[in-house]
Structures are given as structure tokens and as C-alpha cells.
Design a protein around this ligand. Structure first.
Ligand code: NAP
Length: 294
């Protein structure tokens, strides 16, 4: 038997249609939601990610642009750019593309973005609101996108055992909090595994919902998965591939070809979590514009 595919592209298209409708409503009041990406340096993956997000933003009617700064940008200059965007009434969302050059401290930079324009959900205030269950904050886009995939895929969550492999700040930790909330679409019993976890397969085989967010190519195999489980693959990894003109191919954390024969439902990768992450970013941007124009 082969698993049901949780088609992130199709789910994201639904979310984009809703977002485009909200953009129309704002435009009828003379407000065009504005989103600015800041990219520091010329990392090829960051260039590709930002241009994909910018294109999608424009498709739903958001005015988006990218501010490109050189790799050598001093911290003070970057903070000045962020301050200017914080003060610009035409800008409702600001996204600083990771990774930043090692000379720039992530925590200082992300904390400089106005929490009201922090559509990536990385500001400490928004993280705190997530922890407290305060819905006025912005949720980080990848974990929020995973919740949407579960909702749109009609995967039951209440009382289910979710095992997340990876406790990173962007995905694993916030996702654990979101899935454990006392709320519809959550109410999971959550296990958060990491590189020091002992006997990982014995834990992952207990998962009703298994999430790979560790950044290790094709790490989760058939033997990690309970028959019928839902498997969500977050990872984006380069795997050396001499047959590919680029010399590598992008793969997830889940060995899709083997796992699909045992899982009940599975996200493809690409085409699963990635598109939903962008959909949540744009939805957050429109919410920022709605909130800021009230
Ligand atoms: P991260 O901050 O580097 O965290 C990785 C986590 O995985 C850490 O908690 C680490 O454990 C754990 N880990 C590493 N090797 C392990 C192993 N062998 N067994 C168990 N746990 C292990 O990474 P991240 O930022 O959360 O990102 C994770 C993956 O998601 C990456 O591939 C990233 O590219 C991808 N991602 C995708 C999207 C998307 O939109 N699709 C968005 C964000 C991230 P320790 O804590 O013990 O070191």
C-alpha cells in the first residue's frame, strides 16, 4: 500500500486564494500590503528562496521587494536599514533571510524588527506570545504551515502522539509548543527528539505523527515509522549527485521512497512543507497590514 500524499502545493494554493481575497479587501480601502525581504550576501540558496517568495507575494497582490546588502555590511548599517523599514508606513512585513553572515548576531538583528512587522515570527516578543498562547503574536511560518497541512489534510491531532525529530529554534521547538497547545488542531502528546536522544527508532515507531526537522538527508527510513502514521518532512538538504548538472540534488530528512510504503499519509519533498511556509508568510503579511491599518 502506498501512503496518501499531503500535497503542500495544492494546500498552499488554497491559502494563497484566501490571502489574495484579503489583499483585495485591503486594496478597496486604499491599502496595499507591503513586504520587504532583506538579503545580506549572495548565498545561492538564499537568492533562490527570496526570489521564489517575492514572486509568490506579487502573485497574491502584495507589493514586495528585496533589499540586497553586501556580505561585509556592518551591524550598525543593517540595523539602520531595519529602523527605516520599521518606520515606513508602506511596509507591513519585514523578512530577514537566513543565514546571516557569521559577523552579524542573529538575536540582535531579529530583535530589531518591529514585532508588529515580524511576519517571520522570530522576534522574542512573538516567541513569548507563542509560549503563552497569546494569539495576537505572529507564529513562525514553517511550524504554522505544518499545522495547516495537518488541518487541510484532515489528520486527527487530539490525543495523538507527535514525535518531532530536531529541536531547532525555527522548526522543532516552536512546533512542539504548537502541537501541545490545548486547542483545535493541536492537543497532541509531544516528544521532542534530538541528537542526544537514545534509541530514536523505538520512539519514532510510537509516533502517530512523525516530523523530520533535523537537516540530515534521507535520515528517517521505513524502520522508523509505525504503519499508518502521518509523516511530515521538513528537511532541505543537499545530497551529492554526480548525475545532476548542479552536482547535487535537494532531498528531505525522510527517505520518501521507502517510507511511503508504510506511512498512512506523507508530505512530498519538495512540494510539501516548503510551499506552505511561503503561504503562511504571505498570510502573516496581510494580517500585519490589517492590524496596522485598524
Ligand atoms: P537546526 O537548528 O540545525 O536543528 C537541527 C536539529 O536536529 C537539532 O536539534 C539537532 O540536535 C537535531 N539532530 C541533528 N542530527 C540528529 C540526529 N542524527 N538524530 C536526531 N536529531 C538530530 O535546524 P533547523 O533550522 O531546525 O532546520 C531543520 C531542517 O529543516 C533543515 O534541513 C532546514 O533546511 C529545514 N527547514 C526547512 C524549511 C522549509 O520551509 N521547508 C524551513 C526551515 C527549515 P541537537 O539540538 O542535539 O544538536
Amino acid at each position: 500500500m502506498s501512503a496518501r500524499i499531503l500535497d503542500g502545493e495544492a494546500f498552499a494554493a488554497r491559502t494563497h486564494r484566501e490571502t489574495a481575497g484579503r489583499v483585495e479587501q485591503l486594496k478597496s480601502r486604499g491599502i496595499t500590503p507591503g513586504l520587504v525581504f532583506i538579503r545580506v550576501g549572495e548565498d545561492p540558496a538564499s537568492r533562490a528562496y527570496v526570489s521564489r517568495k517575492e514572486k509568490r507575494a506579487q502573485e497574491v497582490g502584495i507589493a514586495s521587494r528585496t533589499l540586497v546588502l553586501p556580505e561585509t555590511t556592518p551591524l550598525a548599517a543593517l540595523l539602520k536599514e531595519i529602523d527605516a523599514l520599521n518606520a515606513d508606513p508602506k511596509v507591513h512585513g519585514i523578512l530577514i533571510q537566513a543565514p546571516l553572515p557569521s559577523t552579524l548576531p542573529n538575536d540582535v538583528v531579529y530583535a530589531r524588527v518591529s514585532p508588529a512587522k515580524d511576519v517571520d515570527g522570530f522576534h522574542p516578543l512573538n516567541f513569548g506570545k507563542l509560549l503563552l498562547g497569546d494569539p495576537s503574536g505572529f507564529l513562525p511560518c514553517t511550524p504554522a504551515g505544518i499545522l495547516e497541512i495537518l488541518r487541510l489534510g484532515e489528520i486527527p491531532t487530539a490525543g495523538q502522539h507527535a514525535v518531532i525529530v530536531g529541536r531547532g529554534q525555527i522548526v522543532g521547538r516552536p512546533l512542539a509548543l504548537l502541537l501541545a497547545r490545548k486547542a483545535p488542531g493541536a492537543d497532541c502528546t509531544v516528544t521532542l527528539a534530538h541528537s542526544r536522544t537514545v534509541n530514536l527508532p523505538s520512539l519514532t515507531r510510537q509516533a502517530d505523527i512523525l516530523i523530520g526537522a533535523l537537516g540530515r538527508p534521507l535520515f528517517l527510513k521505513k524502520d522508523h515509522v509505525k504503519p499508518g502514521a502521518t509523516v511530515i518532512d521538513v528537511g532541505v538538504n543537499r545530497l551529492t549527485d554526480p548525475a545532476n548538472p548542479r552536482g547535487y540534488r535537494l532531498v528531505g530528512d525522510v527517505d520518501f521512497d521507502s517510507v511511503k510504503s508504510v506511512a498512512g499519509s506523507i508530505t512530498p519533498n519538495p512540494g510539501g512543507v516548503g510551499p506552505m511556509t511561503i503561504a503562511l508568510l504571505l498570510s502573516n503579511t496581510v494580517r500585519a497590514a490589517e492590524d496596522l491599518s485598524r
